[in-house]
Design a protein around this ligand. Structure first.
Ligand code: F0G
Length: 471
């Protein structure tokens, strides 16, 4: 026999572990199902109206919910709170300039403040904005200015079961058509959202970004990146797009920025902080006008709406997020939850996105019609059975009424399980998976919901519901 066959097999661990130790913990109370039923009833069946003490695993959002590192907490103490010229600002500015390559950086208290400044300035009546999908605050800021916002994801992007490596891509054929139709001068901006949050957390490829860039340059249209999950998007490019496996995640992000004219960032996501944002621009004239608006509504140009300590934490977080071990753990842990649910037969938005797993509630509860809000029913069940908070992204959030008061449903009925960064462990995710086993068994008995009270705008935050007895 040959020696090689006798040699002991080398074991290689397959488990991707959390690349951190937990230094500080935040206990939560383990509640019972009957307690949670009462909590939810008192919250009028709207998980937004629960207090966080009533929630065990909070997957409402990945925004502002990250656990900061020991280094970031040290940075908090080091924060320089000077009104002007804070060294924490200089540090944040240097990191953002290095990442984005843009000359003009404006700090803001969160993403939507940066959106209001830039889209308010280049928007207004008669203007059109075009995106793979505008996030709801982006759309709201654009529409508030009097402009219109058009979403053009690629064909089939709204089919949850359709598999595509870059399902977040923008439809470039339609883009050129719309620009020609509207007239380039009437296009406020083209906005590429990476990853595409409202479209299922799906990534955008570099090739698509390059093509959007080419079209925008050809027609002289402003091209902005909504980059709040740009590191997660870079992970997918590294993994799936030819020619990128040899590049670092940061280099990939830098290349993406280089194709655009500016960026808006909610630092509450990939900068691994609880509050913050920025606007980054190439053009001096636009930047100067934005600076005036910044001073009026956010604060002086060296702090925007932020404390020095916030800026210090952003500077550190923006470096940490591109760490290969962190990003691998982050993306594998989202996939861990998604793959398990998929194997169990939970209908999902596929492939699994970066920051969240999206459940197709229309398929999960096929007996509940869309005007009885299957997504809301699922979010409520998930809370009652497991103490897990999620969010409906369907006809409660995006539904409208026609002139007869009949619901015009959203294009999809999704429930989002957004995963906060560095917060939950694998056993928390296993608990979520087990809760879905219970939900699957009981799915036929679940009934729809009725809205009993709702505000005019952004109704999902405060609407009140009742459970229906029958379909
Ligand atoms: N753009 C995208 C793609 C977002 O996902 C968000 C926020 C914003 C802009 C606005 O940033 O909250 O800092 O003002 N998304 C959160 C979420 C709220 O839960 O997905 P912000």
């Amino acid at each position: 026999m040959h020696g090689e066959t006798l040699a002991p097999k080398k074991m290689v661990q397959k488990t991707i572990i959390e690349p951190f130790r937990i230094k500080s913990v935040e206990p939560f109370r383990l509640s019972s199902e009957s307690e949670r039923s009462a909590f939810l009833k008192a919250a009028d069946y709207n998980p937004f109206l629960l207090s966080s003490d009533q929630v065990m695993i909070d997957l409402l959002t990945d925004s502002g919910t990250s656990a900061m590192s020991a280094n970031q907490w040290a940075g908090i103490i080091n924060g320089d709170e000077a009104y002007a010229g804070s060294r924490s600002w200089l540090k944040m500015q240097a990191v953002v300039k290095d990442l984005t390559g843009f000359e003009f950086i404006l700090p803001t208290h969160q993403g939507r403040a940066a959106e209001r400044i830039i889209y308010g300035l280049v928007g207004g009546k008669g203007k059109t904005f075009i995106s793979n999908t505008h996030f709801d605050t982006t759309r709201a800021n654009i529409e508030f200015s009097g402009a219109e916002a058009i979403d053009i994801p690629i064909e089939n992007a709204t089919d949850p079961s359709w598999i595509h490596p870059f399902k977040g891509n923008l439809n470039t054929e339609k883009l050129e058509k719309i620009i020609l139709e509207k007239g380039a001068g009437n296009v406020g901006a083209v906005i590429l959202t990476v990853t595409n949050n409202s479209g299922g957390g799906q990534p955008v490829s570099m090739a698509n970004t390059r093509e959007v860039s080419r079209i925008c340059r050809k027609h002289g249209v402003l091209f902005m990146l909504d980059c709040c999950r740009v590191a997660e998007n870079a992970y997918f490019i590294h993994l799936r797009e030819e020619g990128y496996s040899g590049k670092t995640y940061k280099e990939i992000a830098q290349e993406m920025f280089s194709l655009t004219d500016g960026a808006v960032m909610s630092a509450k996501k990939d900068a691994l902080v609880n509050m913050g944002g920025f606007l980054a621009l190439k053009d001096k004239d636009i930047a100067n006008e934005c600076k005036s608006l910044l001073i009026i509504t956010e604060g002086f140009t060296t702090y925007g709406g932020l404390s020095g300590r916030d800026m210090e934490a952003i500077a550190i977080g923006l470096e940490e997020v591109f760490d290969a071990d962190y990003l691998t753990y982050r993306m594998k842990s989202t996939a861990y939850l998604g793959d398990h649910l998929n194997k169990m037969g939970v209908p999902l938005m596929l492939p699994i996105g970066g920051h969240a797993v999206y459940i197709d509630a229309k398929q999960f509860y096929p007996h509940i019609p869309v005007d009885q809000y299957p997504g809301q029913a699922l979010a409520c069940e998930l809370y009652v059975k497991g103490g897990i908070r999620s969010v409906e992204i369907g006809s409660v959030m995006f539904g409208k009424y026609d002139s007869m008061g009949k619901l015009i449903p959203a294009s999809m009925e999704l429930v989002r399980l957004a995963i906060p960064r560095r917060v939950y462990t694998q056993s928390h995710m296993e608990y979520v998976i087990e809760t879905f086993e219970i939900l699957l068994e009981d799915r036929k008995n679940v009934r729809g919901m009725k809205i009993t009270e709702e505000p005019k705008f952004l109704r999902h935050f405060t609407a009140k519901f009742e459970k229906l007895d029958q379909v």
